[in-house]
Design a protein around this ligand. Structure first.
Ligand code: ATP
Ligand code: MG
Length: 684
């Protein structure tokens, strides 16, 4: 069935920005306009898990609504109070309730007769001669492995409340280790396997991790790459900071040489000995609903990483509910989230939400384009993936390569597509929808943060008529809004700050060890109103639907107009030659700040031609208006991105303002900045 499209054109609104009056500070100029709409497919709407009535039901009694969502979990003891908000901003949810997160993600599915259902289709990097690079793990097998790992951690002296660091590639043991920690009440802190030994050491010290779970190495693009030497270094560095790790549990993944520091008898333990030799019997203990589940350090796009603390009952409720509602999860779905477990998306939407819901999912170790560019689409075809969740950065890189690659695969199993991490540009949305989704799959653009734990703003696939580029509406139960600098809700058609007006179950409880920083960062901006400040700019369109406009720190001020990065980037990406764009404000004598753009061209555009810069300037002018016209456009081969794929605009600002480039340690590839700076210096 074809979706109904009420209007098929993107209409620029040239009238929106002609005024030269200085708008009130704090409001974001509302530049672009999007009139395409995609109604939910009729079949999906009819059988949708969550229908339109949920919004009203949640609004009329939000605590009752969340209590109903908590019922989808198995509790050993039910709560006696849904929410304790007596001491804001410190929330307690499902007070007095007791449960075990690991039991909820594993055992109960087995007890309910679904032990033979596949929990994880692991797709490893294809390395010759290693049959274990593809394996299906049932819920019964997962229960055995998690129980063994829980017993092994206990034998290493880990008790409830101790922290365990996990530094692993994307292999099933990462999921097993997380669930084993949850099972014994030891909060985990997963550190992305690509981070340096310094990053690992500072996290080990910050959360005082007792044990580190790691591997000899992992595979990337078919080659083994070492992990253990970085752990050895980090353990020494942490000791230098005054913190002693008591054991390192090592998965043998690649069988590679362990490097200079080799094997440390006093510290190191092989996973296959300790876990492989442990009993598969383990009785999970129920913990308080507010027992710490994990600490996740945010990626540091904006500053020093913060240890975000999530607790058990509310977090599991929020992730299970949103995963069920937003993906319209059904029992026979095959789900695939392409995130790394080292990010919050991997925690909430690979491990806790999906497994609490008893899903069958794909877990993929490798990169999107290795051993060949169609790798992801082959996996979708091979496993019959129905629900697919990825990031705009990945979609744009596939757009850059052209549609021929996915067109060669059968993607007809897909029924719903998700996006997370950044705003999805309308152009990328349309490509995702048409090329990957065959023009039949709804797209859910999900806004949330490490801090929110679970999705907050998203279309409901059976209810919402989606608009390309908009995250649309706060989910039932979530009080998100856009306010001006006084904290007043902005009228439709205006921009401002994204806030959440009340507590929600999966919210962060604090920054690990730093309550004051927690209060300052999130609750002081709108202290009077008691709102959570997300740090993102947003607007409400004429219908009241929400559009994310980028980080408040990145907002540009051009001749008194506050302009969002997202809208100008989306205008650039809507040009047929452009694959990706990043926009920053650079100091300008005349206008205060001027728009500077960095663009990556599509493969089919070659070098773009001599007039590419003036062509793109004209294009932005036409799409948005004169005020948004970039002063400068630089064609670059790459953009600086964090390891979770987000553009680091502060570094581009350094280039645009001819400053020395700042801290690049959290970049996925730090040589990218050299490439860009060299190109800019040579006038390209
Ligand atoms: P740090 O807070 O350490 O700087 P980070 O903000 O990049 O790191 P995350 O918590 O992973 O770490 O990212 C959350 C942010 O990502 C949001 O605040 C928002 O800026 C952006 N984001 C996530 N999803 C969306 C979305 N669907 N649309 C627009 N922006 C999004
Ligand atoms: Mg953030």
């Amino acid at each position: 069935m074809r979706p109904s499209v009420t209007s098929g054109t993107r209409t620029p609104s040239p009238g929106a920005v002609v005024s030269t009056e200085v708008p009130e500070s704090g409001t974001l100029s509302n530049l672009s306009k999007e009139e395409r709409r995609f109604e939910p497919p009729a079949g999906l709407a009819e059988h949708a898990n969550l229908k339109a009535e949920a919004y009203e039901r949640a609004a009329s009694d939000v605590e009752a609504f969340w209590a109903e969502q908590a019922e989808r979990l198995s509790w050993e003891t039910t709560w006696d109070r849904v929410l304790d908000w007596d001491d804001p901003p410190f929330a307690k949810w499902f007070v007095g309730g007791r449960l075990n997160a690991s039991y909820n993600c594993v055992d109960r599915h087995v007890e309910q007769g679904r032990g033979d259902k596949v929990a994880i289709h692991f797709v490893g990097e294809p390395v010759d001669g290693r049959p274990e690079n593809q394996r299906a793990i049932t819920y019964a097998q997962l229960k055995d492995e998690v129980s063994q790992a829980a017993n092994a951690l206990t034998d290493l002296g880990v008790v409830a409340g101790d922290r365990v660091a996990i530094y692993l590639p994307m292999i099933p043991e990462a999921v097993v280790a997380m669930l084993a920690c949850a099972r014994i009440g030891a909060p985990h802190t997963v550190v992305f396997g690509g981070f340096s030994s310094d990053a690992l050491a500072s996290r080990l010290e910050d959360c005082q991790a007792k044990v580190v779970v790691t591997a000899d190495g992992g595979y990337r693009r078919g080659a083994a790459s070492a992990l253990k030497p970085a752990v050895d270094e980090a353990v020494v560095k942490a000791a230098g900071l005054g913190h002693e790790v008591s054991a390192v549990l090592v998965v043998r993944r690649t069988g590679q040489d362990l490097g200079e520091s080799g094997w440390n008898d006093g510290l190191d333990v092989w996973w296959h000995d300790a876990v492989g030799g442990a009993s598969t019997e383990h009785t999970p203990e129920a913990f308080d609903s507010e027992h710490p589940l994990y600490v996740m350090y945010t990626s540091g796009t904006t500053g020093k990483p913060k240890g975000i603390l999530h607790t058990t009952g509310g977090y599991l409720t929020g992730t299970a509910y949103t995963h069920w509602a937003v993906f319209d999860l059904k029992d026979d779905d095959v789900y695939w989230c392409t995130a790394d477990v080292g990010w919050v998306t991997g925690h909430s939407y690979i491990v806790y939400g999906p497994l609490a819901n008893g899903v069958t999912q794909v877990l993929y170790e490798g990169t999107p384009d290795s051993p060949e560019r169609g790798r992801w689409w082959d996996i979708i075809e091979q496993h019959g993936v129905t629900l697919f969740y990825t990031a705009p950065t990945a979609i744009r890189s596939f757009m850059k390569q052209g549609r021929e690659i996915p067109d060669q695969r059968d993607l007809s199993s897909l029924r719903l597509l998700g996006s997370v991490g950044e705003s999805i540009n309308p152009e990328a949305y349309m490509w995702y929808r048409e090329v990957i989704g065959g023009d039949r799959c709804p797209i859910v653009d999900t806004w949330w943060q490490t801090e929110t734990g679970a999705m907050m703003i998203s279309p409901l696939p059976g209810v919402t008529a989606g608009k390309p580029g908009s995250a649309m509406t706060a989910l039932p139960g979530v009080a998100a809004d856009v306010v001006d600098e006084n904290g007043d809700s902005v009228p439709n058609g205006s921009g401002g700050y994204l806030v959440v007006k009340g507590p929600w179950p999966s919210m962060l409880r604090t920054i690990w060890g730093d309550d004051e920083r927690y209060r300052d960062t999130y609750w002081s901006r709108f202290a009077e109103q008691g709102y959570y400040f997300a740090g993102d700019g947003a607007k409400k369109d004429e219908d009241g639907d929400i559009w994310l406009l980028g980080r408040v720190d990145d907002v540009m001020n051009v001749s008194g107009h506050r302009l969002s990065t997202t809208e100008i980037e989306s205008a650039l990406v809507s040009h047929p030659k452009v694959a990706e764009a990043a926009v920053v404000g650079a100091k300008d004598e005349d206008t205060g700040q001027a728009v500077c753009a960095f663009v990556i061209l599509r493969d089919s555009a070659g070098d773009g031609g001599d007039d590419i810069v003036s062509e793109l300037r004209k294009h932005v002018r036409k799409e948005i208006g004169p005020i948004a016209t970039p002063r400068q456009i630089m064609v670059v081969p790459e953009l600086p991105k964090t390891r979770s794929g987000k553009i680091m605009r502060r570094l581009l600002r350094d280039v645009a303002e001819h400053r020395e480039v700042g801290d690049v340690t959290t970049l996925a590839d730090s040589s990218v900045m050299d490439l860009i700076s060299r190109g800019v210096d040579s006038g390209k």
